[in-house]
Design a protein around this ligand. Structure first.
Ligand code: G6Q
Length: 550
């Protein structure tokens, strides 16, 4: 199957790509002011609504011809075949020889999705049901710690994909969470992280979720061991206390048992779930404890609805495909280096950080499926902050700097909390920013405002700076699911066209082994024989010399 899907031509030699390059040359002098003037209905025409999300893409530097070419590029890259192959459970993560089936994690109970010749949906639901049982027990106080106290604190220990999704979802859905339970998330190997997370908690009331697909990750295992020491010290050193306070979420039962966690307290997931795609697996246990089974299932339903939309909608009506193609247009033809993600919803404050991993770990690749260097740019840098905070800081560069920074604004018609006039003020800022970026302010307009002549160049805004506006009714678990899957599949779309493996992460694996060699050199009492480069050797010597001195 892989062979038949392989693109016949390398990406930048595809006819649509060549035509897009020529089209870019024609379009580059064009201004959004002109495009809107020529088509008074552009705002309506370039708006796509599906699954309860609305994408206004009218303020992009595109025409009908651009869109046709982008859709042709998707077709020439066999996007639909690749989508089908993912849903069929083919091993599209070919460098790791794995299927990519996070979509099975949110498939309804009656569905069938195959991996390795087996329908995996029943086992997905078996784990979900166990998660629901444990969540209910913790939330209703049935689950008791070693001393008989109910759980008041839940601490998730994990990193990367085993942290960023759970943190983001917890923050995003805090309003829906049980406020009588405190949630903390520990990821960093820096001891300050776990220390600050545990310092004011009573071990007798604390449940620790050790979340690690491999259960070998340095940071997570070190933090888990420290937490175990803290727990045992607080509960009189009785090893039996572990059972009431530690739960593991992993694919690696032997390592879980070795750590001392009863595998009856282990929640499983599978190698066809990539870390950054795992928030809807058992890795989401903290989310389920926080918001309850019903809300968690609503989030899964949102994810699934977007999965189905992505699988079935034609490219021109396909939200993730369109978002991915627009991003690629700027990245590869305008040379844009970054994308700003700007949620105007305070609860989404960790969404940009979550997206950074999703997008940059997935598409930060430079080798094609055929093992050649790519001849085009791949994943742009994602970054962002919630509005309106960013407006008082880095937006200056987006408005008047020399770089093109496409922006994704995300906003909701209804606030989570209706606080006086706040929401109208918040949303007015979204619309105003997108408008100002697109249309700017001319010298004539600045002059008409009475700006002194010498100041006019500084008060001019060139405009023509593209943005998407994504709107939904209200941030709910279901809508969050849709937003997550929207970006997951936009990333997939780009990865297909860039002809890369969006599902491996050899750069992360490298980091996992590199430090292992240096740790003993920092720890050893005797002066170690160093065989690194002169810079690394020197840094190690400096550290060793200074680490013990007051
Ligand atoms: C995600 C990556 C990476 C991973 C972490 C944690 O796609 O693979 O971020 O999630 O390195 O790995 P473990 O869950 O195995 O501890």
């Amino acid at each position: 199957m892989q062979a038949t899907m392989d693109p016949l031509k390398s990406t930048s030699k595809k006819s649509a790509w060549v035509d897009l390059a020529a089209h870019y040359e024609k379009l580059r002098g064009m201004h959004l002011r002109q495009l809107f003037k020529e088509d008074p209905k552009r705002g309506e025409r370039y708006t796509l609504e599906a699954t309860g999300l609305l994408l206004d893409y009218s303020k992009n530097l595109v025409t009908d011809e651009t869109l046709e070419l982008l859709f042709r590029l998707a077709a020439e890259s066999n996007l639909q075949d690749h989508i089908e192959a993912m849903f069929r459970g083919e091993k599209i993560n070919f460098t790791e020889n794995r299927a990519v089936l996070h979509t099975a994690l949110r498939a309804p109970r009656h569905a069938s999705m195959m991996a390795g010749g087996e329908n995996v949906v029943p086992k997905v639901h078996a784990v979900l049901d166990r998660m629901a049982h444990l969540s209910a027990q913790v939330r209703n106080g049935e689950w008791r710690g070693h001393t008989g106290k109910r759980i008041r604190n839940v601490v998730n220990i994990g990193i990367g994909g085993s942290d960023l999704g759970p943190v983001m979802a917890y923050e995003a859905l805090k309003y829906y969470s049980d406020r009588s339970i405190r949630f903390r998330f520990v990821s960093n190997i820096d001891g300050a992280d776990i220390l600050e997370a545990l310092r004011d908690l009573d071990p007798a009331e604390t449940l620790l979720l050790v979340s690690s697909k491999t259960f070998t990750t340095l940071e997570t295992m070190a933090n888990a061991r420290t937490a175990r020491g803290w727990l045992l010290a607080g509960l009189g050193g009785d090893e039996k206390a572990i059972a009431g306070h530690f739960v593991a979420i992993s694919t690696n039962a032997p390592e879980v048992a070795k750590f001392g966690i009863d595998t009856a307290n282990m929640f499983e997931f599978w190698d066809w779930v990539g870390g950054r795609y795992s928030m809807s697996s058992a890795i989401g246990l903290s989310t389920m404890i926080a918001i309850g089974e019903e809300n968690f299932r609503a989030m899964l339903s949102g994810l699934h609805q977007m999965d189905e939309h992505f699988r079935t909608a034609p490219a021109a009506q396909n939200l993730p495909a369109l978002l991915g193609l627009l991003g690629l247009w700027y990245s590869d033809f305008f040379g844009a280096q970054t994308v700003a993600v700007l949620p105007y919803e305070h609860y989404l404050k960790r969404f940009p950080a979550y997206l950074q991993q999703l997008t940059m770990e997935s598409n930060g690749k430079s080798i094609t499926r055929a093992g050649k260097n790519v001849a085009h740019d791949t994943g742009p840098i994602y970054w962002g902050e919630p509005g309106t905070n960013g407006q008082h800081s880095f937006y200056q560069l987006i408005h008047q700097g020399t770089r093109l920074i496409p922006c994704d604004f995300i906003a909701f018609a209804k606030p989570i909390h209706a606080v006086g006039p706040h929401h109208d003020m918040l949303i007015a800022n979204v619309f105003a920013q997108a408008e100002a970026l697109a249309f700017g302010k001319t010298a004539a307009q600045a002059e008409a405002e009475g700006t002194p002549q010498w100041l006019v160049p500084h008060r001019v805004f060139a405009g023509n700076r593209p943005s998407n506006v994504i709107l939904a009714e209200r941030l709910t678990p279901e809508i969050l699911g849709k937003l997550v899957a929207l970006y997951e599949h936009a990333v997939f779309t780009q990865g297909v066209i860039w002809d890369i493996d969006s599902f491996d992460q050899w750069g992360v694996e490298l980091g996992k082994v590199l430090a292992q060699r240096i740790i003993p050199e920092l720890e050893s009492a005797a002066e170690p024989k160093l065989a690194h480069d002169s810079s690394t050797n020197n840094l190690i010597r400096y550290y060793r010399k200074h680490k013990e001195t007051a």
